[in-house]
Structure formats: C-alpha cells, structure tokens
Design a binder for this molecule. Structure first.
Ligand code: FES
Length: 120
C-alpha cells in the first residue's frame, strides 16, 4: 500500500470515529454467555455480539462471503465461525482467517452501569 493511500485511510478512519457515537445496544443481562454469540438489533443495524471468556466483541452481523448471520455462528479459539460456510473471523481484528484482507467491521464496546454501549 502506498504511503498516500495509508494517510488517506487514516483520515477516513478518524472521520468515521468522529461521526460515530456510543449508543445503548442492550442490558448487561442480555449479553450472550461466555463462549457464545448472538444477534442484537440496534435501529436499522444488526450486530453480532460475542462473549469470549468475558471479553465482549461487537461486529457487523453480515458475513462478507455470502451474507450469513454471524451472530448465529459459534466461537472457536478466539474466532467467530459463520454458520453458513464456516469462514472464521478473528474477534480482535475482524479479519477472515484464510484471507486477512477480508474483514468484518468491529465496534468499540463500553459498559456503563447495567447498559452495554457500542460506538456505531
Ligand atoms: S456466508 Fe459466511 S461463510 Fe459463507
């Protein structure tokens, strides 16, 4: 990747961050149990929320392969496995294991009292 492209990507990421805000996505009691994932609808968006040993991860629910519902997938070794054709995505980066340039978007999570917030 050229340096100017990286600079442009960085500016786009900063702009996205400025335009996004934390919104309540659910109560803490609605989070999936450890080792599990679920779908949570927030306005017009559906998120995949995963709980890996207490670490909560929020990502887009739509698999970049053929649109599978990631929140209905399984967790395996720090990866979310799509229920349709088993593509696996790293919970920390959103990158597909077999093709790291293919990613699902991750959202920052914050716990505020009994509420779970995501920056979307
Ligand atoms: S739709 Fe997710 S792996 Fe195919």
């Amino acid at each position: 990747m050229r340096k100017s492209q990286r600079a442009q990507d960085h500016i786009i990421e900063e702009a996205k961050e400025l335009m996004s805000e934390f919104v309540r996505i659910c109560a803490k009691s609605e989070l999936p149990p450890s080792g599990d994932a679920r779908e949570i609808v927030v306005g017009e968006k559906t998120l995949c929320i995963a709980n890996e040993n207490g670490a909560i991860c929020a990502m887009d629910n739509v698999c970049p392969h053929r649109g599978g519902p990631l929140g209905q997938g399984m967790l395996e070794g720090g990866k979310l496995v799509c229920p349709w054709h088993a593509w696996a995505f790293d919970l920390r980066t959103g990158a597909a294991v077999h093709s790291p340039q293919t990613k699902v978007e991750l959202y920052e999570i914050k716990i505020d009292g009994d509420d779970v917030l995501a920056r979307i």
